[in-house]
Design a binder for this molecule. Structure first.
Ligand SMILES: Cc1cc2nc3c(=O)[nH]c(=O)nc-3n(C[C@H](O)[C@H](O)[C@H](O)COP(=O)(O)OP(=O)(O)OC[C@H]3O[C@@H](n4cnc5c(N)ncnc54)[C@H](O)[C@@H]3O)c2cc1C
Length: 405
């Protein structure tokens, strides 16, 4: 095969990165991205900054590499892996030699009474936040709303709540788990975060659940499972995301939570691969931009021939939220375990919380919240560069802003 046709289904963060890297290794190759959204790829992690007006939608666009063909508003309706063809929702079909599925994830819509209007669509005033279109609709609605409730206190929920507060809306987060962002933070860091949110006008209700939404023509309140109703005319759903696997399943590809891939990022049929939020590797769906890009880089190196033996063996868990004074970085194992030493520094006045988890002389996890000056050194130490860990790890806590990597 002299010049294989590479098709990428999904023009999101993983698809764009793959195309860009692939074309960097193999200039002039034939790469086509099929994207269901009406615009080309953009940095989804910056949507909240688009919501606050900090970034213009055009400035969050992502490059796909010179010569990549991007077909926007072009949903792929079916894949025939035997014939190696794609059927397009708008009519027509297209062939491929190698297929990369990068279909991302859909927001989870919680099973709440009153979530939908009579016609089955979400009740006016109720919004998911996954795409730029969602962002525009939410911004429009936020400009006429008086109060907001965000359902879900993970990374997305916290960022969305902060953005709504910045737009002048008193906001409440209702979160089922006992503390905020429990996937990345510990209880101490979550308490500091909650304190910071309160000072911005965001109330936090951990360990609580919304069971119903009130209102006929538009949402008027969120009813909690233990009775009280929070008055609101705007609700943001931030209850997680589910890998988009329908296309792959219908094509007979093996899927569990995500499309199952091996260390070559290969799915269960020849010359079909999956990366990003839709992929499940070694039982894990990451749902984060970093791993999506790691996978895209490995696959681009393999398929372009630049590193045909490259494999993906997993990503080190590293999460970062840059939300003004509430920024945090969390990586690795943030909870104490037998044999680990924990260093903690809490500065209630400055609203900062720092924690390192050490196993012998190895840094196995940590949290920085509020003050990220040490994030460069810590990341390097965590990713295996032992030289970056000073003899006294506490010194890392005193790194000054200027020294941050
Ligand atoms: C508001 C928000 C904030 C976030 N913040 C962070 C953060 O701070 N840090 C972090 O690591 N991660 C963050 N994430 C998660 C991150 O955005 C995702 O991990 C990343 O976008 C995954 O890239 P992807 O290409 O797999 O999926 P996506 O970027 O979702 O792209 C998938 C694309 O495929 C398209 N598609 C699906 N099916 C088809 C089809 N059949 N035909 C054509 N096109 C199709 C979709 O329309 C979509 O455009 C955030 C997500 C959101 C929504």
């Amino acid at each position: 095969m002299s010049r294989p046709r590479v098709a990428v289904v999904g023009a999101g963060m993983a698809g764009a990165r793959f195309a860009q890297q692939f074309l960097a290794h193999a200039p002039g190759a034939e790469v086509t991205l099929y994207g269901a959204e009406p615009r080309g790829p953009y940095n989804r992690t910056l949507l909240v900054d688009v919501l606050t007006g900090r970034y213009d939608p055009d400035t969050v666009a992502l490059p796909c590499g010179p010569g990549a063909r991007v077909r926007t508003g072009c949903e792929v309706a079916a894949v025939d892996t035997a014939a190696r063809t794609l059927r397009l929702a708008g009519g027509g079909s297209a062939g491929y030699d190698r297929l990369v599925l990068a279909t991302g994830a859909d927001p989870v819509l919680p099973p709440l009474r009153g979530l939908r209007a009579a016609d089955g669509t979400l009740k006016p005033g109720v919004h998911p936040l996954r795409t730029l279109d969602d962002c525009h609709l939410l911004a429009e609605d936020a400009s006429v709303a008086h109060r907001a409730v965000v359902i879900g206190g993970g990374v997305l929920g916290v960022s969305a709540a902060r953005a709504l507060a910045a737009l002048g809306l008193p906001t409440d987060i209702v979160h089922r788990a006992p503390f905020l962002i429990e996937r990345h933070l510990d209880e101490g860091a979550a308490a500091a975060l909650r304190h910071g949110l309160l000072s911005l006008g965001v109330g936090v209700h951990p360990g609580r659940q919304v069971r119903a939404l009130h209102g006929a023509d538009r949402v008027t309140g969120a009813e909690l499972a233990d009775g009280p109703v929070l008055d609101t005319d705007l609700v943001v759903l931030a209850c997680g995301a589910r890998p988009r696997t329908g296309l792959a399943r219908a094509a007979g590809l093996k899927a569990a939570e995500g499309i199952v891939v091996d260390d070559q990022l290969a799915a269960s049929e020849p010359d079909v691969f999956a990366i990003g939020d839709c992929a499940e590797h070694r039982g894990t769906v990451h749902g984060l931009a970093g791993p999506a890009w790691d996978q895209a880089d490995v696959l681009a190196a393999r398929l372009s021939g630049a590193a045909p033996d490259a494999t993906y063996t997993g990503s080190r868990p590293l999460a970062r939220l840059t939300a003004g004074p509430l920024q945090y970085a969390a990586f690795g194992e943030v909870h104490e375990a037998p044999g680990t030493d924990v260093l903690r520094l809490v500065d209630a006045t400055r609203g900062s919380y720092k924690k390192l988890v050490l196993l012998g002389d190895r840094l196995v996890g940590g949290i920085l919240l509020g003050d990220l000056a040490a994030v460069g050194d810590l990341t390097r130490a965590f990713l295996g560069d032992h030289a970056a860990l000073p003899a006294d790890p506490l010194d890392l806590f005193t790194t000054t802003e200027g020294a941050a990597g």
